[in-house]
Design a protein around this ligand. Structure first.
Ligand SMILES: [Zn+2]
Length: 333
């Protein structure tokens, strides 16, 4: 990285502080601001989105370690403690929801929206944090942080199709979208047409090359993931806002691509699994060339966010838990 960095979109600069402020939110659609929550200090890896209206709603807090950057964004955008009406997380993995407890405390009037299968973990994060500690190891504290509890009376469980009102004519519709995780929601903004897809479509870092599926343990399920892509497509969004990272403007093409890449990764994993070979090695051998030309520093971000080993572990768990061949019939409905 170069010395004086104000690479971000927008041009707000604050005084000559030692630490540069995070980039100011970029407007990616009408009334939608992208907030770089700077996981690990990296730019363009984790995004939150602020949906503007008389009842503004934040989509994703990012990890607990991202809370200072997030609060600085919201402060700079003029949101006082009473001004944020809602916080919604696409799912409860810590890089999306780790900041929820802190943000709920900072904005005492905000309702916290979450998938029915995620709610109890926001109230009592003990098990979620324990399992994250097993997955992340030392990165839990050095990179992500943890998750503070949210009082249950602050939480609103979102059923499939339920709407969050942002203004008189603007609302976000919850789209139950399991696959990446069983507690995953997309949020469809009727006003701009943008669909906030969390990790359900995969990961595509602006600095990191191609779209890759995100298939971590313990929940990954191929059939559910493919069905969720179909649900997104059926709503004809005008854009897809990825948590990692940013807006993709050709939603139907991207959903098609995501469907194809998911099937290819699953097929390579299944082949290795049947042969008793190492799934991660097989995935690396097949897909490593996708990253040709991507500089090492950016590969590192991708490896931390959506590494082959995590994807291989999720695919293995899915393969082990699946009904035997012939039993895995996907209903058409
Ligand atoms: Zn994620």
């Amino acid at each position: 990285m170069s010395g004086k960095h104000h690479h971000g979109p927008g041009g707000h600069r604050q005084g000559a502080d030692d630490a540069p402020p995070p980039p100011t939110g970029a407007r990616i659609a009408e009334g939608v601001l992208e907030l770089d929550t700077l996981l690990g200090g990296w730019e363009r890896v984790t995004a939150g989105y602020l949906i503007e209206g008389d009842a503004p709603v934040l989509v994703e807090t990012g990890s607990q370690s991202s809370v200072p950057s997030l609060l600085a964004h919201l402060d700079r955008l003029g949101l006082g403690p009473d001004d944020l009406a809602g916080v919604v997380v696409t799912h409860i993995h810590l890089d999306h929801a780790g900041g929820v407890g802190d943000v709920a405390r900072a904005f005492p009037g905000a309702t916290v929206y979450v998938h029915p299968k995620g709610a109890r973990h926001l109230v009592d994060p003990t098990r979620l944090v324990d399992s994250a500690a097993r997955v992340y190891g030392p990165l839990l504290d050095s990179l992500y942080g943890r998750l503070d509890p949210t009082p249950s009376e602050r939480i609103h469980v979102l059923e499939d199709g339920e709407e969050i009102r942002v203004s008189a004519n603007r609302f976000l519709t919850a789209v139950d979208s399991p696959g990446h995780a069983k507690h995953h929601l997309g949020l469809h903004d009727n006003w701009s047409g943008t669909m906030f897809v969390g990790d359900a479509v995969g990961v595509k870092l602006p600095d990191g090359g191609v779209l890759r599926p995100s298939t971590p343990p313990p929940d990954f399920d191929l059939d559910l993931a493919l069905q969720s892509l179909g649900k997104f497509a059926a709503r004809r969004p005008t854009g897809l806002a990825l948590a990692h990272y940013g807006l993709l403007a050709d939603p139907l093409d991207v959903l098609d691509e995501a469907d194809g890449t998911l099937r290819r990764w699953a097929s390579v994993a299944e082949g290795a699994f049947r042969d008793g070979a190492d799934i991660a090695a097989a995935l690396s051998a097949t897909f490593e060339s996708d990253l040709d030309g991507v500089p090492e520093e950016h590969r590192e971000k991708l490896e931390v966010m959506n590494g082959v080993h995590s994807n291989a572990a999720g695919l293995r768990r899915w393969l082990v838990g699946r009904p035997p061949a012939g039993g895995a019939v996907t209903p058409d409905s």
